[in-house]
Write a protein that binds this ligand. Structure first.
Ligand SMILES: O=c1ccn([C@@H]2O[C@H](COP(=O)(O)O)[C@@H](O)[C@H]2O)c(=O)[nH]1
Length: 238
């Protein structure tokens, strides 16, 4: 079971998404349902993926007042997703309230993850929204806040993984979008690494969308990424 790759299912239609999903199985990857597909298809789509036994990361990046976010997180828990996220910049009280509402679910609760600084952002983007800090500084600050709120981990770029591992410890989950296999287009992403580099730096999970979903052969691309990760693991065991 390769547990490291989470494929971002950012398709326009259910048909396109299921066409890909039906070529793969849960031993190859987990799946991320984000704003585009959830807004179009809703919980029905997540249930369809669950019926195929996939672990689902519901990536809706909640950012609202504490009560609203907590109730949305509870709905995600009721849906049975494996992981759900919120924007850490929503603040400590928002995150603590979301964590508390998951208490009755015990071990069945989804992993609750804080989004730090979007991987599409660099220094200038932060300055434009009034944050006079580098992405690294802001990610560290928000990751500490997430830990204080009792969250299970953060979304960050692969560039911050090594530093966060030192600051936040081994069990704090580090989820990294901004993954670009060699030769693939950056698109809107800014803080990127290849799958191999991201694993080497210590990321727990790699979120990969367009390099797989827009590949002429998504199955082959996913397989080749998995192979490169497995080779690394084998080499590290030697
Ligand atoms: O900081 C973030 C947080 C979330 N994402 C999401 O990950 C995927 C990445 O897709 P690519 O096509 O591989 O760029 C996408 O669904 C984003 O919403 C992120 O990129 N950065």
């Amino acid at each position: 079971m390769n547990n490291k790759v989470i494929v971002a299912l950012d398709y326009e239609t259910e048909k396109e998404a299921l066409n890909f999903v039906d070529q793969i199985d849960p031993s190859l990857c987990r799946l991320k349902v984000g704003k585009e597909m959830f807004t179009t298809l809703g919980t029905h789509f997540v249930k369809q993926l669950h019926s195929r036994q996939f672990d689902i990361f519901l990536d809706l990046k909640y950012h609202d007042i504490p009560n609203t976010v907590a109730r949305a997180v509870r709905s995600a828990a009721e849906l049975g997703v494996w992981m759900v996220d919120l924007h850490a910049s929503g603040g400590l009280r928002m995150m603590e309230t979301a964590k508390q509402i998951l208490e009755p679910y015990g071990k069945e609760a989804p992993l609750l993850i804080g989004v730090t600084v979007l991987t599409s952002m660099e220094d200038l983007d932060l300055l434009q929204i009034g944050i006079n800090a580098s992405p690294m500084e802001q990610v560290i600050r928000l990751a500490h806040l997430c830990q204080r709120a009792g969250l299970d981990g953060v979304v960050c770029s692969p560039h911050e993984v090594e530093t966060l591992r030192t600051h936040c410890g081994e069990s704090f989950k580090l989820i990294t979008p901004g993954i670009r296999p060699e030769g693939s287009e950056m698109g809107d992403q800014r803080r990127v690494m290849t799958p191999k580099q991201a694993i080497e730096t210590g990321a727990d999970y790699l979120v990969i969308g367009r390099p797989i979903t827009q590949s002429p052969n998504p199955f082959a691309t996913l397989t080749s990424i998995n192979q490169s990760i497995e080779e690394l693991a084998k080499n590290n065991q030697k």
